[in-house]
Write a protein that binds this ligand. Sequence first.
Ligand code: SF4
Length: 268
Amino acid sequence: MPYEANSILLQVTVACTWNKCKFCGMYEYPFRPSPVSEIEADLQEVARYGTSADRVHLVGANPFALSFAKLRDLADMIHKYLPQVKSIGGFGRITDITPKTDEQLKELRSLGYDGIIIGAESGDDATLEFMNKGFKTKDTLEQLQRLERAGISYDLNHMNGLAGAGKGKFHAMASAELYNKLHPRIINITELNVNAGSALEKEIQSGNFQEPDLAERLEEQLVFIENLKIPTVVYFFPNNPSGALVVGAFPRDKEKVIKNLQNALTRN
Ligand code: SF4
C-alpha cells in the first residue's frame, strides 16, 4: 500500500492461510509463519542500521491470522528492538478476527496493532460465495464492528467489477450499503483482474462468468462513490479504468471524484 511507504516492512508470514479466492493467483505455495529466530534477526538488523520510523507493516497475505499469543509475543519483540514503534499493521482476513476474543483484540490494540488492511472486496453475498471468499457480508459487519469496539482502526479493500458483467450497479450499491454501516479509515478500490491459471479464468472459459467492460466498470465506480455516505479516505489503485492512483478525502472530495468519473464515462 502506498501509504505504508514509510513503515518498516517486517516479514512474519509467507502466503495466505485461505488461498482459495477464485480471482487470486497470488500464491502457489502454502502459508508459513516465519521462524521466530528469523524475525528477531531482522529486527536486530533494523535496530543496528537505525531508523526513526514509528510504524511496522507486517508482510504476508494475512499475518493477522497468527494467534493472539504469537501476535502478542511479536509485538513485545518489536518494542524490545525498536522502542520508538507506536503502531503495527498488516493484512488480515475477516476470518482472522473471529477466533480472537474481545479482550484479546483490546490487548492487541494496547500493544500497538492498528490500521489493519482487510480484504472485504464486496457487499454482496452471492458474489462473495461465487468467488469463494470464505465469509459472508454479515461476518464482515460483525467482525469489523468488533475491531471498532476494540479501538483497532482498519482499511477495507474493495474490488470493483467483482460481481461480473451486468451486475456492476447492483454490486456498487450493495457494497456501499454495507460499508456505510462501518467506519473504515481508508477504502482501497482495486479492480478485478483475471489472472492466468486462476479458478476465475476457468469459470470464464466455462461460460460461468463474464468480465464487465470498461464503461460498466466506470459506472460501477461512479455508483459506488455516489452511494458512499461515510467520512473516509478513498484510494483508486492504478489498475482502475482511469489508469492512475487517485486519492480523495470524503466527503470533501466526493463531488470532484464524481465529476471525474462522469467525465471518464462520457469519453468511453
Ligand atoms: S485474495 Fe487474499 S484471502 Fe483470498 S486467496 Fe488471495 S491472498 Fe488469500
